[in-house]
Design a protein around this ligand. Structure first.
Ligand SMILES: Nc1ncnc2c1ncn2[C@@H]1O[C@H](COP(=O)(O)OP(=O)(O)OP(=O)(O)O)[C@@H](O)[C@H]1O
Ligand SMILES: [Mg+2]
Length: 309
């Protein structure tokens, strides 16, 4: 079976700012892939570029075998049905003047599906995300953070997508509410056969939902593998720093608070050699050379002196 999403060497610059320096990863049907990285590492840009909402000057994005990078909005429109986005900050992205009914059924209107019974669809979608039917008449400001996320999920599911791109789906939620939302996403994935890309700061989230994961540093993957392999035997010193600084029960362990040496380097003038070497606890002379992304036993790392190998 070919992957539902196949991203190769995706590159994005905003003017002189080179945000994505060639990101490659693939998501199999029914798989949940998590992308982890510090603030500013380019996570949101990756999924926006995949969805055609941010520029991608080079590379390839294949959805279900079809090249979609650089497609016109007109040609993308039918595909918008198959690829759903859940944006960072759900309350902010829910239009405050619309009732929940109108919000979650808006995708039908955008797609011009005039014959849909919107009341019935709203009821169906609310049920899918375990919210009571009478929530249809509420407004976003009347929702808790967790309920707003569920509404975001309902809206994303409206057009029966094949792939969900979710940006920080649990940020700002209490631990118990996070758990409920993740269970919901897992459950929906199984029931509806969805594939998902989840972007997150939160390593506990990854552990809970992801089959495989990639670690993004300065707009480049530095490690990729099954979630189990990465948690058990991280190979990149950066990943190791992230994991060792992750206090298990703290759900909001924002990665940027982690005690790594220094600041991430500038995206305008990228460092030579290994781009992590100035902050790396185990860097040596060899790290002035450029590391390649090398795969051993299905586990890839971009490091000249990898751990556990
Ligand atoms: N439209 C834009 N114009 C210029 N620069 C941008 C634009 N969008 C993103 N950037 C820059 O790209 C870099 C990556 O941003 P991005 O939002 O992808 O990071 P992120 O990993 O999602 O961070 P966070 O965890 O804080 O959400 C940042 O340096 C940001 O300033
Ligand atoms: Mg982001």
């Amino acid at each position: 079976m070919s992957p539902i999403l196949d991203v190769k060497d995706l590159q994005t610059s905003f003017g002189a700012v080179n945000v994505l320096a060639g990101v490659s990863f693939a998501v199999e049907q029914g798989e949940t892939y998590a992308m982890v990285g510090e603030s500013g590492s380019g996570k949101t840009t990756v999924i926006r570029a995949i969805a055609g909402l941010a520029p991608a000057q080079a590379g390839s994005v294949k959805f279900d075998g079809q090249e979609i990078r650089g497609m016109s909005e007109k040609n993308l429109r039918p595909l918008r049905k198959d690829i759903a986005m859940m944006f960072q900050d759900p309350t902010g992205s829910l239009s405050p003047r619309l009732t929940i009914r109108n919000l979650i059924t808006e995708p039908y209107k955008i797609q011009g599906m005039k014959d849909r019974d919107l009341d019935a669809e709203a009821k169906r979608l609310l049920e899918l995300v375990n919210l009571p039917a009478h929530f249809a008449d509420r407004y976003p400001y009347q929702l808790s953070g967790g309920q707003a996320r569920r509404v975001g999920v309902a809206r994303a599911l409206a057009l029966e997508p094949k792939l969900i791109l979710a940006d920080e789906p649990t940020a700002g939620l209490d631990v118990s509410v996070q758990g409920e939302l993740l269970n919901l996403l897992n459950d929906l994935r199984e029931r509806l056969g969805l594939s998902m890309v989840i972007i997150t700061h939160n390593l506990n989230v990854v552990r809970h939902v992801a089959d495989r994961m990639g670690i993004l540093y300065l707009g480049r993957l530095v490690e990729e593998g099954t979630t189990e392999a990465i948690f058990d035997e991280p190979r990149h010193p950066y990943t190791n720093c992230l994991l060792s600084a992750n206090p298990e029960p703290d759900p909001d362990a924002r990665l940027e608070r982690i005690a790594l040496k220094g600041e991430p380097p500038s995206l305008i003038k990228r460092p030579s050699g290994c781009e992590f070497r100035d902050r790396c606890p185990v860097a040596s002379d060899i790290c002035t050379q450029v590391p390649q992304f090398e795969v051993t036993d299905g586990h890839a790392v971009r490091c000249l002196t990898p751990l556990h190998l």
